[in-house]
Design a protein around this ligand. Structure first.
Ligand code: FES
Length: 159
């Protein structure tokens, strides 16, 4: 259930938007932040707030790769696999994260700390190969700096 202060804040954001759909990503992201992922309950709540059907919210949610419809770890590491990053070693970087975390891409570490996902261009091509964790961009990452990043994230609540 959405806490009243968050509900109030979301209602205000929706009112400021030209159309409710325009606020949909914001609403989904905030509910995701609250629940840890976009639960079925969150989809229903977002639909109610936005005046959309749950199916319409579901469609939007599955379109955005930063919206998670399954439980994820505390930190979701998005490794860019688009052309600039790929040409600068993005594939090797992804393998490096798999090795360091002991998981396959698309899964979560047993301790629930990390989820590893590929993603489309992050708009950080000049710093390829690039990664996004939470709202933060990182790059260019090397095997050494990717290890240092994990060490930093292990001691961080959220980024
Ligand atoms: S191609 Fe990776 S950030 Fe653009």
């Amino acid at each position: 259930m959405i806490p009243e202060p968050l509900r109030h804040e979301l209602e205000q954001r929706i009112q400021q938007a030209v159309t409710p759909r325009e606020a949909a990503v914001d609403v989904m992201k905030e509910l995701q932040r609250h629940y840890g992922w976009l639960t079925d309950e969150a989809v229903r709540e977002a639909a109610e707030l936005l005046g959309l059907s749950p199916l319409q919210v579901e469609e939007l949610a599955t379109f955005y790769e930063m919206i998670y419809r399954r439980p994820v770890g505390r930190h979701v590491i998005h490794v860019c696999d688009s052309i600039s990053c790929w040409s600068m070693g993005g594939e090797t970087l992804l393998k490096q994260f798999e090795k360091l975390l002991g998981i396959k891409t698309g899964t979560t570490t047993l301790d629930g700390l990390f989820t590893l996902l590929p993603c489309c261009c992050l708009g950080n091509c000049g710093n390829a190969p690039a990664v996004m964790v939470g709202e933060r961009l990182f790059g260019p990452l090397t095997p050494a700096s990717s290890q240092a990043l994990l060490e930093e994230l292990r001691t961080t609540e959220t980024v």
